[in-house]
Design a protein around this ligand. Structure first.
Ligand code: ADP
Ligand code: MG
Length: 698
């Protein structure tokens, strides 16, 4: 069999050291195997040849056959260009290049027959094709004129003439070298049962499809395989973990839980809250370690669910911890829990980076000797110096800020791993959840506490600020409070901070009779807390802020959320921000302020926000608009990033299908011993070795 993985790309005809180094640096292609797994991002049908007189500038890619009559150079400096006057007998058209003029003049000859391929555009009032692909007509086999693959390349590569067409040629060279089948990466059983194309055929057809039908089969086979291994990987880890560790058994619901439930619970639990608590209780009593993801839209009441789970832990003699991504949030949880528990005999402590000295020591002592029942904190909770007497349950709020590695550190905190409940208010599309948290069981709170009015969302152009201020006035006069949020991103931090300061002054000027406070991530924690506190207590009516207030902040009296430069926020961020209002009984409003000129995508984002409050719908839309790589939370996990061909926005059904197959295999062959699966375990091992993110999943 032909081992492509060991063949260095630089020995491929047409590559050489310089191009090899570019391919490595720009695309991570080092071997023939890497190249072959670099898939086209689209295909263009080249079976049709157009006549020049048929062409207009609205057409996508078109193909012509004819000859160059003459060359001409025109323009100066950056506008300097090479023009080839081209004819096919039916008319004339110009081909234009702005780069590589010398090379092109050397390469292409007048009165020779060429196939020209590109997108017609209008330049200087005439239709032409800029930077077309040109091949000698005699070199193009009829079979090459079917679907042509297109490969992503970078600017650097294009400057070295390594464009899509060049990659296509390299690919053709590699494919020609494959004389016998490559080692199969799926088992015979799977290939047969699911009617999959053999690997070698699939790879060849992905690059040079004979027809659309074969291309589809090839794509299906490769997507199947890709998603299958993602699932097999996760499920195998989960199964190994399950066999290795026992879970603490919380067999009873005792005094703490019952007292709280009968005497302290300030409102009736929603049906969804009850169901989720039941699911968690069942897990924690099962003898297996709980690994559950709790998804619930902002304001759905996850904190209370967390508290009740922690009371179950206490009733069984265990401690709990709850981690939040920011100090503000940890503080808020601490206050909320103390408020819920009132005079109950439950010892809750708060630990953050800014709690130091004696205070810190006494908390650490209390944790070690078991006096502290519940610890609320930030990342500080997972530091090595924090030791528990018996940590039985760890709750992670707003998971997407915690990396997988941090989650893993919890395990060293007790003999058996604690039960883990991950809570997130960023609804995750199902496909993404299955991929990122495929080892977690999922609970969903799909019901808001009663009496909530959906937030009304309005799109407003920034030149109508006077009306906006009137509106804020009106709301504050009736006793409400308002948030005004500005974007702050690292790349433009200075300008953004200035923007926020300007906005703050403008607001102070417009609302002289009210208190305006301000928080942003660059402030010292103490200062931030003090400002925040003003708003929480109601002393300040307006809070000017960056997205630091995105998660968790709970001020039920605030009914207005103004988002400035809304075009610069992603959908999930906008949704999170909107979730800060609508927490009380009053009608709340979210105003998305944008400039007049908006891109198509931005317009869509704003439209979705105005149309729906459903977090899941928004998450799905976000996935479709941006793709999984850009979604919050996927960065740390990496997995969704590495997909080469499958697409979580569109391959949900296939994902579900292969997950079930992988599940069946892990269940039937938990130790990886069945000969029929040998290929699978071997391939999984190879993938884990070559993919850092895969082995990091704990
Ligand atoms: P999130 O899921 O966003 O973390 P919270 O736990 O902060 O939501 O809850 C939002 C608000 O709803 C809080 O003020 C909380 O006290 C309140 N709440 C929670 N559960 C209920 C319920 N069953 N009935 C009424 N209000 C509730
Ligand atoms: Mg919360």
């Amino acid at each position: 069999m032909y081992d492509l993985a060991s063949r260095d790309i630089k020995y491929l005809t047409g590559v050489g050291p310089q191009r090899a180094s570019l391919l490595g640096k720009e695309l991570g292609i080092y071997t023939l195997h890497d190249l072959l797994y670099y898939f086209p991002y689209k295909y263009v049908d080249r079976s049709r040849i157009y006549a020049i007189h048929e062409i207009d500038a609205s057409m996508p890619y078109i193909q012509l056959k004819g000859e160059i009559v003459s060359f001409e150079t025109a323009g100066e400096g950056r506008g300097r260009r090479l023009i080839a006057h081209f004819t096919d007998g039916s008319g004339f058209m110009d081909l234009v290049w702005f780069q590589g003029i010398k090379y092109l003049l050397n390469r292409y000859k007048v009165h020779k027959e060429y196939l020209v391929f590109g997108k017609p555009t209008v330049f200087n009032g005439r239709i032409n094709i800029a930077h077309p692909d040109i091949d000698a007509a005699e070199e193009m086999q009829p079979s090459n004129l079917g679907l042509q693959p297109y490969y992503n390349t970078t600017e650097k590569m294009k400057r070295s003439m390594l464009n899509s067409h060049a990659i296509e040629k390299l690919m053709a060279t590699v494919v020609k070298q494959i004389q016998e089948p490559m080692p199969e990466t799926l088992s015979t059983k799977i290939l047969q049962e699911h009617h999959l194309m053999p690997l070698t055929d699939a790879l060849i057809n992905l690059h040079f499809p004979k027809n659309v039908e074969l291309l589809k089969q090839a794509q299906y086979r490769m997507k199947f395989e890709e998603l299958f291994y993602v699932q097999l990987n996760i499920l195998r880890y989960a199964s190994d973990r399950m066999r290795k560790y026992r879970g603490y058994i919380f067999s009873k619901v005792g005094e703490a839980f019952n007292t709280f439930y009968s005497h302290y619970l300030p409102f009736e639990l929603t049906g969804a809250q009850k169901r989720v608590i039941k699911e968690a209780r069942k897990d924690m009593g099962s003898g297996k370690q709980m690994n559950r993801l709790l998804q619930g839209d902002v304001g759905s009441g996850k904190t209370l669910v967390a508290l009740m789970c922690m009371l179950i832990a206490k009733d069984n003699g265990f401690q709990s911890c709850m981690m939040a991504p920011t100090e503000i949030l940890a503080h808020q949880h601490f206050e909320t829990l103390k408020g819920f528990l009132k005079d109950m005999d439950v010892h809750v402590e708060l630990l953050t980076g800014s709690i130091k000295g004696k205070r810190r020591e006494s908390i650490l002592q209390g944790l070690l000797n078991g006096e502290v029942d519940i610890l609320i904190g930030t990342h500080a909770v997972i530091e090595d110096t924090v030791e528990f007497h018996a940590l039985g349950l760890a709750i992670i709020d707003e998971q997407h800020r915690f990396g997988v590695a941090q989650r893993a550190r919890l395990w060293s905190k007790s003999i058996n791993p604690p039960h883990v409940l991950v809570m997130t208010a960023t609804p995750i599309p199902r496909t993404l959840a299955m991929t990122l948290y495929g080892d977690l069981d999922v609970s969903v709170i799909d019901e808001l506490p009663p009496g909530r009015k959906p937030v009304a969302t309005i799109h407003q152009y920034e030149n109508r600020r006077a009306q906006l201020h009137d509106f804020i006035h009106e709301q504050i006069r009736s006793g409400r409070q308002a948030y005004i949020v500005f974007p702050l991103i690292q790349e433009s931090e200075k300008i953004d901070l200035q923007n926020l300061e300007d906005g703050y002054l403008r607001i102070k000027e417009a609302f002289p009779e009210y208190n305006v406070c301000k928080v942003h991530g660059k402030m010292k924690p103490a200062e931030k807390d003090a400002q925040m506190q003003q708003f929480v207590s109601g002393e300040a009516q307006i809070l000017v802020a960056t997205t630091v207030i995105e998660v968790g902040v709970n001020v039920p009296n605030a009914s207005v959320m103004i988002i400035e430069n809304a075009e610069r926020f992603g959908l999930s961020q906008l949704h999170q921000l909107r979730g800060r209002v609508g927490r009380g009984a009053d009608q709340s409003y979210c105003v998305l302020v944008t400039s007049y000129k908006l891109s198509e995508e931005t317009r869509k984002r704003i439209e979705i926000m105005v149309r729906t409050n459903d977090g899941f719908e928004i998450a799905e839309a976000d996935l479709k608009l941006r793709g999984p790589g850009d979604l919050e939370g996927t960065q740390q996990s990496g997995v969704a990033f590495d997909l080469k061909i499958a697409d979580l926005a569109h391959d949900g059904q296939l994902l579900q299908y292969v997950r079930e197959i992988a599940q069946g295999i892990v269940e039937a062959d938990p130790q990886g011993l069945l000969p029929e699966n040998a290929v699978l375990w071997k391939q999984l091992k190879t993938l884990r070795k070559s993919n850092v993110n895969w082995s990091a999943i704990s």
